[in-house]
Design a protein around this ligand. Sequence first.
Ligand SMILES: Nc1ncnc2c1ncn2[C@@H]1O[C@H](COP(=O)(O)OP(=O)(O)O)[C@@H](O)[C@H]1O
Ligand SMILES: [Mg+2]
Length: 335
Amino acid sequence: MKIGIVYDAGSGDWDPKDVAAVLDNVRTVQRALRSGGNETTLIPVTLGDVTWLKKVQRCQAIFNLCEGVNGMARYEDYAVAALDLTRVPFTGCTSWTVTIAHRKHIANTLFKAYGVPVPPFVLAKVGSTPTELKFPVIVKPSGEDASVGIDSGSVCTTRKALKERLEKAARLWEDTLVQEYVPGREVNVGFVGSEMLPISEINFKNMPDGSWPIVTYAAKWDAGSAEDLGTIPICPAPLSPELARRVATVARAAWRLIGQENGYGRVDIRIAPDGEPYVLEVNPNPDISADAGLANMARARGWDYNTLILKVVEEALERAGRRREAEAQYLKITV
Ligand SMILES: Nc1ncnc2c1ncn2[C@@H]1O[C@H](COP(=O)(O)OP(=O)(O)O)[C@@H](O)[C@H]1O
Ligand SMILES: [Mg+2]
């Protein structure tokens, strides 16, 4: 099968390290696709020039690695929507999922409305400090992911600290979420289509003294930093069967609601000391590089990296088939 790999072409001011990381991921996925006997072609996505879509149309399927366009995360939604219009089957979540998940206040509002437990939250209003939440609270950008804007100062224990943090946030982000801080364990639950992968836990035991046990930007991106070394993933998570069942139920409810069990994703969860799991977010198309969380979970499931990549393609093809059938039915009824 001829599979195009779609990814952000980046912008001229990208750090060469970031360009190398994107291309590295593209090449690993390419090798995995070839291991399944596929022919591959690379399709960089550019802003203001949509000729890349012509290349998409010459493929039988697309592996979507696009996390933004020109480095701007908000354009990821449009790239997925454009892929959808070509009618070529593509891997990963639909544009609906990507759009909703990337607006945390909207995703949280849906969770709350549909009974998926989320920590109490408010969308911050510029110039005012919310009073309805219990301290400590965490301040995070609503429209970012991958721990952008998260550092030890994100958790505020006093009204004064919250006010200052919100003033800073207002200068940086369009929308800011303030959420009650959930102490306790943190777990991640990966999905490929409707299949749940083994639960993974982040062990914070080696976090530097005085730091909050949270996944900060440094923990995620600054390899070898104290916060990176203090956030160790353990998969499968050492949870009691009862706790694992509770986490699985909540994770699946969140994945169904926001992910519609399409594509692949990862649900981030904190478990309060009373054993109640709270959803922090659904990550559509999370990092699928060979050393990232999803690949680790897949390995714990018995899938090596190539198998994971081929399963993701299989899910895309099956989904496209289901959609073709559904639309054919629909046309029969309405035409
Ligand atoms: N309500 C919360 N309680 C405790 N920790 C939180 C809370 N919200 C976020 N965190 C911490 O911050 C990290 C990043 O937050 P998250 O909502 O997952 O955003 P993203 O991963 O998109 O940046 C989480 O992995 C967790 O460690
Ligand atoms: Mg997260």
